[in-house]
Design a protein around this ligand. Structure first.
Ligand SMILES: Nc1nc2c(c(=O)[nH]1)N[C@H]1C(S)=C(S)[C@@H](COP(=O)(O)OP(=O)(O)OC[C@H]3O[C@@H](n4cnc5c(=O)[nH]c(N)nc54)[C@H](O)[C@@H]3O)O[C@H]1N2
Ligand SMILES: Nc1nc2c(c(=O)[nH]1)N[C@H]1C(S)=C(S)[C@@H](COP(=O)(O)OP(=O)(O)OC[C@H]3O[C@@H](n4cnc5c(=O)[nH]c(N)nc54)[C@H](O)[C@@H]3O)O[C@H]1N2
Ligand code: SF4
Ligand SMILES: [Mo]
Length: 767
């Protein structure tokens, strides 16, 4: 794959020591700086003042929950939320003239950052077979092309429909309805690469794939674990919730190979103490763990808890909870006692004393919450780790009661809602039955393709049509070169997008760009102005009202694009009122209310401030597994292993990016400025590998298929990551993640556990 070019400066890297605290005044300054670079002061004012307010625009950033109405701050957003919303509200525009000036191959050589900085897409474009240019196309002709292609497929399973988690509930519902009415469950989504391991493990053990805690629970917990997540960058307002918890007396244990600034100290810019004071210490304990050591950590903790019960029978475990609600305890308890301390210490890199101190924290706490994100899910044994976390919570009954529970911290603002709406290649029969009852067609029952399997199918020619509702599939997916080749094999690729990205430059024979309204924009349809709904990480479903003038008159909403395409393609084949759906999104919500449990009377209830909280059966003492109980599981010890001379690489986000889209080349909290092509390595490992600070290296990943995967020319930065590990930014390093390197059971790419060697860069270092 060509190296990024574009506006990335030549070799301007500067490195300063990592920051020891997050947010404070610099966060406000950076938020405003980026916002005003993108858009006018007036538009920035509208977005920021209405963001996360009742009847305002829901932040398009992460899925962290808003405080209850009445308890929201006037500025209820973080630095990064401000950047995300104004990246969409930008006044820059990509017009037909832009595509006349730049060929597809030329755009393909530009960096992700450059492509995003060109601004909002403004009119539908097509790249025809044999051409190297996008040219304008009318909406009508675009739908004609798409439906012709879809109806000419030998089977509907030759099409895949990808969704990224920014899509609204209404758009997601319409997309899955269209795909299923067409006859396929091929509905891969970004969640396949994000929290699939969480969904799998929670479903299996608790009977529901969602987290069980609310913001109120966080505020009132005694002990909170933050495992494999970087809230200061990726869920900044989580820090406000943690601050509140600490003020109420909570202790916090952070588990991470990197001492992330937001885990250490937080200066809340909404409080005077955060502006002029020292802020608040977040982690009471920081466990500097080896990558992938979390399974062993919880196994060690669970063994310690069982032994504490032996020493003080009846006073450590919650026997009532275990007896009434769980199954498999005896077997688990036998297995847990066989865990070997040498294994735990090898995998975690921690001492037994350090883990015993955490046990003591647990024993002193009535209410415990475990939060986790990509540092857990994106490992080969991510599912096993989460199953072990569930074991841990159940031992002391930390499920289904206030101030306690499981908290998978979701990524995109509506990634959870998209799943609730049926965007999943494996929706259960109960959902499909409800679709059948409501719309009178027979939805396909065989499971469809997830993200990794879609790429395999495209590569093998089994899929020929790819449509994306939001996202940047070729940059999000693993094994960039393999994924790009697979996409290029398609007959048609189409993207419903707000902004230009690399996926638009990796085309099937025919390619379409279908530009759409963003969440910030007013959405006027035949029956009047519309709003959409979204669901946050805590299962709260609420509205989002666009406020800005659309970026172009030619934009259609996501719902309108999908309804018109569906109407044209299905041509009366199913009894679905696509035109009515497009005119009035309330009619979509009416249907959803009869299909999705917990969303009855959707329109009326969602109009109330704060919206609807979906019931979580676990919090009602119900565990809808086949046994009707929560399951203890026995998980074999395992740890990722890098042979001598190699490191375990994790691919992560900088402070200035939104997933596949870097905003600037800086990562302020980690002290990296001016370049993203850096690899962070422990100084002792550098010495052992004979490498030095500032040296240019290629990252070469090692995998069983012997294919060479190489990311060229990264600068070595000594960094306090744990021994044997390294970190570098995604998506530049996705080229290194083998397509077949996936988590057990969940099929999620292992973006955090890649075995690499660092080779001195082949061309002489740039001067
Ligand atoms: N600003 C911003 N916000 C975002 C996003 C963004 O790109 N930018 N993306 C959104 C999305 S889609 C998501 S999914 C979330 C992601 O949120 P995070 O999961 O916080 O994202 P990552 O940057 O992947 O960081 C993973 C963290 O896990 C740690 N880690 C890595 N390996 C291990 C391990 O083996 N064990 C432990 N204990 N820790 C480990 C890393 O050091 C890092 O701190 O953020 C959401 N919010
Ligand atoms: N190596 C590695 N790979 C990873 C990860 C990792 O940590 N490491 N993380 C994984 C994770 S957690 C995730 S979630 C995926 C993310 O994968 P995706 O969700 O596919 O990627 P994004 O970067 O969020 O997509 C950005 C694009 O979405 C479009 N967009 C933005 N807003 C809207 C909107 O409102 N409507 C529409 N229609 N389009 C919009 C814009 O065109 C923008 O360019 O990547 C995964 N890939
Ligand atoms: S914490 Fe997440 S949802 Fe809240 S303002 Fe920041 S980016 Fe947006
Ligand atoms: Mo994600």
């Amino acid at each position: 794959m060509p190296k990024p070019t574009g506006d990335e400066p030549k070799d301007p890297l500067t490195v300063t020591p990592p920051k020891k605290w997050a947010a404070g005044v610099p966060a406000v300054v950076h938020a405003l700086e980026y916002s005003l670079e993108q858009t006018s002061p007036w538009r920035a004012g509208v977005t920021l003042l209405t963001m996360n307010q009742v009847d305002g625009i829901d932040c398009p950033g992460c899925a962290w929950a808003d405080p209850t109405p009445g308890h929201r701050h006037r500025n209820e957003y973080c630095e990064n939320g401000a950047k995300h919303i104004n990246d969409e509200a930008t006044t820059r525009r990509v017009t037909a003239d832009f595509f006349r000036r730049h060929s597809v191959s030329e755009l393909g050589r530009q960096s992700d950052m450059w492509l995003n900085h060109q601004g909002r897409l403004t009119e539908p474009m097509v790249k025809r077979p044999g051409s190297d240019h996008y040219e304008p196309i009318s909406w009508d002709d675009a739908f004609g092309l798409l439906s012709e292609e879809l109806t000419s497929l030998d089977s509907p399973d030759e099409a895949v429909f990808y969704t990224s988690g920014r899509a609204s509930n209404e758009a997601a519902f319409v997309l899955q309805l269209f795909a299923r009415a067409l006859g396929t469950n091929n509905l891969p989504d970004c969640s396949n690469m994000c929290h699939e391991s969480s969904g799998f493990a929670l479903h299996e053990t608790l009977g529901t794939g969602k987290g069980t805690v609310s913001l109120h629970d966080i505020h009132h917990a005694d002990l909170i674990f933050l495992v494999g997540q970087n809230p200061g960058t990726n869920h900044p307002r989580q820090l406000s919730a943690l601050e509140q918890a600490k003020l109420n007396g909570a202790r916090i244990v952070a588990v991470n190979p990197l001492p992330e600034a937001g885990l250490l100290r937080f200066k809340n810019p909404q409080q005077i103490g955060g502006v002029i004071g020292r802020g608040i210490q977040i982690a009471d304990r920081f466990l500097h763990i080896r990558p992938g050591g979390d399974l062993a950590l919880f196994q060690g903790l669970n063994r310690l808890l069982l032994e504490a019960e032996d020493a003080d029978p009846g006073r450590v475990l919650d026997h009532d909870f275990i007896r009434a609600n769980t199954s498999g305890f005896e077997e688990f308890s036998r297995h847990a006692r066989t865990i070997d301390w040498t294994d735990v210490i090898t995998a975690t890199g921690l001492t037994r004393e350090a883990i015993e101190k955490v046990r003591d924290d647990v024993l002193r706490s009535e209410r415990v919450i475990v939060c986790w994100a990509m540092g857990v899910t994106q490992h080969k044994h991510g599912v096993a780790t989460i199953r072990e976390i569930v074991n841990f919570l159940m031992l002391r009954g930390n499920l289904g009661r206030a101030g306690a529970g499981a908290c998978p911290v979701r990524g995109h603002s509506n990634v959870q809602g998209d799943r609730t709406m049926g965007v999943w290649e494996q929706m259960p029969d109960s959902f499909l039955d409800a679709l059948q009852r409501e719309f009178g067609f027979d939805p396909p029952r065989a499971h469809g393709l997830d993200s990794v399997n879609s790429i395999r199918a495209m590569r093998e020619g089994r899929v020929r049509f790819f449509l994306a509702l939001a996202g940047n599939f070729v940059r999000a997916a693993p094994d960039s070169a393999v994924t790009e080749e697979a996409m290029r094999k398609c007959r048609l690729t189409a993207h419903i997008s707000t902004k230009l990205n690399r996926s638009h430059t990796v085309c099937g024979q025919t390619a379409l760009i279908l530009p759409t309204l963003g969440r910030t924009e007013r959405d006027i349809q035949a029956d009047g102005e519309q709003f959409v709904t979204v669901e946050n990480s805590m299962s709260e479903v609420h509205t989002s009202h666009g406020r800005l003038k659309p970026a172009s008159k030619l934009l259609l909403s996501e719902v309108a694009i999908l309804c018109r395409l569906a109407g044209r393609t299905l041509d009366g084949r199913a009894d679905i009122p696509w035109k009515q759906f497009e005119a009035d999104y309330g009619t979509i919500r009416d249907r959803i209310s009869r299909i999705v449990p917990g969303l009855h009377d959707f329109n009326r209830r969602v109009a109330r401030p704060g919206g609807i909280t979906l019931p979580n059966p676990v919090n009602e003492g119900v565990f809808p597994t086949p046994q009707g109980k929560a399951l203890f599981t026995c998980n074999a010890w395992q740890m990722p292993y890098a042979p001598e001379g190699h490191l375990l690489l994790q691919t992560l986000r900088s402070h200035d990016q939104w997933n596949t889209i870097p905003y600037t080349p800086n990562d302020r909290y980690r002290g990296i400025h001016g370049s993203r092509r850096v690899v962070l390595v422990n100084p002792a490992d550098l010495r052992e590998l004979g490498l030095s600070e500032g040296q240019h290296v290629d990252l070469v990943s090692v995998w069983t298929d012997d294919a060479e995967r190489r990311a060229e020319d990264f600068v070595v930065v000594p960094y306090p990551t744990t021994r044997g590990s390294a970190a570098a930014y995604y998506p530049e390093t996705n080229v290194l993640v083998p397509l077949d390197s996936v988590a057990e059971s969940s099929n999620q790419p292992t973006s955090k556990g890649i075995v690499v060697r660092l080779e001195p860069a082949s061309p002489p270092p740039r001067s």
